[in-house]
Structures are given as structure tokens and as C-alpha cells.
Design a protein around this ligand. Structure first.
Ligand code: GLN
Length: 185
């Protein structure tokens, strides 16, 4: 299995590391041609506005949309989630492939980062999730399945067909259960 990680900016190296640990071929995606032959794609944490600027500069927006619409499993963590959303509540270019309404920086600034146990659909035991300037999902469309919420009800993970989004960062932990779950999509 070959899994691409969008490598324009952000913590793509940590995702690559996790994939290698799981004995999966991990490929950096910087140019449209890097998508050839991939079985799945991950978009990391980072800064979603920067993703959009660089993806536009490297003519990556249409090929990324085509890749996702072809049905190949695609996962966005944090900034990657924002980059996939149809509605981010402001005028910011996104891929617009996942039917979710997102609130960016919903929990405050960098210093307000936190770790919280969450229950994720498909995982038997609670998961310690890391939130860094994280977005939350305010609402989801009819085809979207909510996969995790915080105790106050905030949606922090969701799935729509071949697409997974998490507002937290499994790539920054030693727990590979969410990566394993995604690789079974
Ligand atoms: N706040 C960032 C954004 O809006 C996301 C932060 C992250 O990926 N940790 O893109």
C-alpha cells in the first residue's frame, strides 16, 4: 500500500513516520505527479491558509479534488480538516469536498492547546487526543457520520464515505490506532 502525505507545509514528517512504523510506503506529495499510483492520502496539521496558497501555486487543487472524488481514502488532520471542508465560515480557498461547517481556532490560541480523552467510533478504548489551535465541526451534512465528540458535544472527528477528518493530531502521539483505522477504509 502506498499512502501520500501532502507535504507543502505542516507536520507531514510525523505522519510519514507513523506510516513507516505501520510498514506502509509513505510518499511526500508536493506536485500533481506525486499523486500517481497512490492508494490513499493524508493532509497534515499546519496552517490551512498556507496549504491553499501553496496548492494553488503548484496547481494542486484540481488534482487533489479529482483524487478524493475518485473514492480513494483521504484523511485530514486539523488544518487538513479545514482544507477539505465545504464551509469554513470565511472567505478562504479550500478543496470543498467534505460536507462540514467548520469553526477555525475554536478553542483559542496556541497556548490554549490541550489533551482530552475522546471516544472514537471503531476504537474499543478511549483515545488521548491532542488539540493545537484546533477547529471544531459545527455541523455536518446528511452523508456525514460523526465519529467523535468532546464531553461538551463538540464534533472533533467525522467520516463521509472515503473521507475522514479529525480536528486533533494522531500523528503527534505514539498511539497508531487512528492511522490503522484509516488504513482499513
Ligand atoms: N489553526 C490552524 C488553521 O486554521 C490549524 C492548526 C493545526 O493544524 N494544528 O489552519
Amino acid at each position: 500500500m502506498r499512502v501520500g502525505v501532502l507535504a507543502l507545509q505542516g507536520d507531514f514528517a510525523e505522519h510519514m513516520q507513523m506510516l513507516l512504523q505501520l510498514r506502509v510506503d509513505a510518499v511526500e506529495v508536493k506536485l500533481p505527479s506525486d499523486l500517481t499510483g497512490l492508494d490513499a492520502l493524508i493532509m497534515p496539521g499546519g496552517e490551512s491558509t498556507t496549504f491553499a496558497k501553496l496548492a494553488e501555486r503548484f496547481a494542486l487543487m484540481p488534482p487533489l479534488r479529482d483524487f478524493i472524488k475518485s473514492g480513494k481514502p483521504t484523511w485530514g488532520t486539523c488544518a487538513g480538516l479545514i482544507f477539505m471542508a465545504t464551509d469554513v465560515g470565511r472567505d478562504q480557498p479550500t478543496l470543498g469536498v467534505m460536507d462540514i461547517k467548520v469553526k477555525r481556532n475554536a478553542f483559542g490560541r496556541q497556548v490554549d492547546s490541550f489533551i482530552s480523552p475522546v471516544r472514537i467510533a471503531g476504537l474499543a478504548d478511549p483515545y488521548e487526543a491532542i488539540f493545537i489551535r484546533a477547529p471544531l465541526i459545527e455541523s455536518v451534512g446528511p452523508d456525514v457520520e460523526v465519529m467523535a465528540t468532546l464531553p461538551d458535544g463538540a464534533i472533533v472527528a467525522a467520516r463521509q464515505g472515503n473521507m475522514l477528518v479529525t480536528s486533533f493530531h494522531p500523528e503527534l502521539t505514539r498511539d497508531n490506532r487512528v492511522h490503522s483505522l484509516f488504513l482499513k477504509f
